[in-house]
Structure formats: C-alpha cells, structure tokens
Design a protein around this ligand. Structure first.
Ligand code: AMP
Length: 285
C-alpha cells in the first residue's frame, strides 16, 4: 500500500487519478484497524477504482478529559492490514499539518449534534465534521464509507454533505460484531476482563428491543425500559443514555411509526470505557 503523509501530495495524486477517470473512494478512520474498518474498505473497493483509507487520530474531536494521548496507534500493523485488504492508498497526515498554529476554521452542525453522544461530548462532532470536510476537500472522493456503529456521526455527516453541497455519496455499512455481539471497537482494548465478559449485554438489549418491535411493540418507553432492565443485569455496565430517536433528525420519538434509531451509550465501572451501539427499528440507515 502507498502511504502518503503530506496533504499537498495526497491532493495531487487524487486529482491525477480523477483526471484519468478513476472513481475515488474514501474510508476515514483513526487507525487501530479491526474487522469493522476492513468491512468498510471492502465496500469502498466495490464502489470505487482507487480506495483511500485515512488514518488520523483527530485531536479536535477529543474532549480535554478524553483518551487522545492513550488512543492506540499501531501504525505499522494498520498499514499491513490495509495492504492485505487491498487498500490502494493510506493517507496519514501529521496533526501539525492538519492543524497548524494559525488554524481557525471549524464546522458546526446545529441541533442534531446536541443530543445522544453530543450531550456528554461537547465539541466532538464539530471536530468530526471539520476533519471529514478537510478530507473531502483533500481527496475529493466520489464516495465515502462510514459505519452504522457511529449512527449519530452518520446523521451529522449526511446533514453536512447536504447543507454544504459536498459532491460525495455517503455509504453506510452495518456494524461488525464479536462472537458475543459486542460491536468491534478500538476502545474494546481498554476493557478489564470482567467488563469484557459483561459487555455483551449491550447487544443483548438491542436484540430484545428488536424482538419486541417485531412482535408489535411501538411504545418508546416500553422498549427503552426493556433495554434498561437487561443492562441492569450487568453490574459493571452503567448506561449513559438509552434513546429512541428519528433516524435522520435524531429528535426523540414517543411512539414508533417510521424508521427509528435505538441508540445506547454506557460507561463501564472499572476502566471507565465508553461504549456505544445502536440498531434501526423498522428500516435501515
Ligand atoms: P474509528 O476509527 O473508530 O473512528 O472508525 C472509523 C470508521 O469505522 C467509522 O465510520 C466507524 O463508524 C467505523 N466503524 C468502527 N467500528 C465499526 C464496526 N464495529 N463495524 C462497522 N464499522 C465500524
């Protein structure tokens, strides 16, 4: 795989490919690659002729008390995994080139960034939207692939692409899971052994809500309480939110009619790791 560090070089390579008629696909990541990222890359390769994976631990999306410093950065391993998966280009810019000292411009998306994860992570989606727009401008991809695991992120990026007329198609891939249903995440490494044993309840709760929904249950309150009761069986798992919202606008729903997003976040009690997961009731993203 071709590893590019400099922004200008990346932009030149991409415009040369574009001029020759290539279709460029982008998979933005923070590295520490797992099967979820690889699934995104696979989809990207189906939808494009040149696949670009960005690997960048974006400082602007971390809060002051978050895990920026300890976030895993196994860069050599990541390049090998990207290479094996058939990635054409890894774009791994330096933070000081992405955000030089005079840097002043940020993208703020209103309303849909306020609830769910936005409530406990102020500034997070401002950082995400900013870095993703920068990647869109550098790479000019025809398509960009994101994971459903970060459902609010998908809603935010789709909102930005629409509002700012970005010329890119957003593709969403389903969540890749471990054997017990825990969504794969670079942050799962932080879990203690006991937390890891209990973390399967996240998905168990979602499955039970899906089962009740399929049986006709349409009350948001009943569905949320069912999930909460299942999470109570895991003493090391403390829910931060269990919400049912409109899949695009992320406004809370009382009764389910169209497609709804059931989104959950928990914090574990030993390592204080934050885990998220979600499912769509009555449709897809
Ligand atoms: P990250 O490196 O965690 O910022 O994630 C980069 C991209 O991979 C985002 O679009 C995530 O939604 C996606 N992603 C992360 N975990 C998973 C997973 N378990 N299944 C599918 N996509 C994922």
């Amino acid at each position: 795989v071709n590893v590019i560090r400099r922004i200008e070089e990346m932009a030149e390579i991409c415009s040369a490919h574009r001029a020759k008629g290539a279709r460029i696909g982008l998979v933005p990541t923070m590295g520490a690659l797992h099967e979820g990222h690889i699934a995104l890359l696979r989809r990207c390769r189906q939808e494009s002729t040149i696949s670009v994976m960005s690997i960048f631990v974006n400082p602007t999306q971390f809060g002051p008390k978050e895990d920026l410093a300890k976030y895993p950065r196994p860069f050599k391993d990541d390049c090998e995994k990207a290479n094996e998966a058939g990635c054409d280009i890894v774009f791994a810019p330096e933070a000081y080139e992405m955000y030089p000292p005079e840097y002043s411009t940020f993208i703020t998306i209103e309303r849909i960034t306020e609830g769910l994860c936005g409530a406990s992570r102020p500034g997070h989606f401002r950082g995400v939207a900013t870095v993703v727009l920068k990647f869109f401008n550098i790479v000019s991809p025809h398509v960009a692939v994101f994971g459903q695991k970060d459902a609010q992120q998908v809603a935010v990026i789709k909102r930005m692409v629409h509002d700012l007329n970005c010329n890119v198609r957003i593709i969403v891939e389903p969540t890749v899971r471990e054997q017990d249903g825990l969504a794969k995440s670079s942050r799962n490494k932080y879990l203690t052994d006991n937390e890891r044993l209990q973390a399967g309840v996240l998905y168990k709760g979602l499955l039970e809500a899906e089962r009740l929904y399929a049986a006709g249950q349409r009350s948001s309150e009943v569905l949320r309480e069912t999930v909460a009761a299942i999470y109570q069986t895991a003493p090391l798992v403390a829910p931060e939110y269990i919400e049912i919202v409109h899949a695009a606008t992320l406004t809370p729903l009382l009764a389910l009619e169209g497609p709804a997003l059931l989104a959950v976040a928990v914090r574990t009690k030993e390592s204080l790791t934050r885990l998220i997961d979600n499912c769509i009731l009555g449709g897809e993203l």
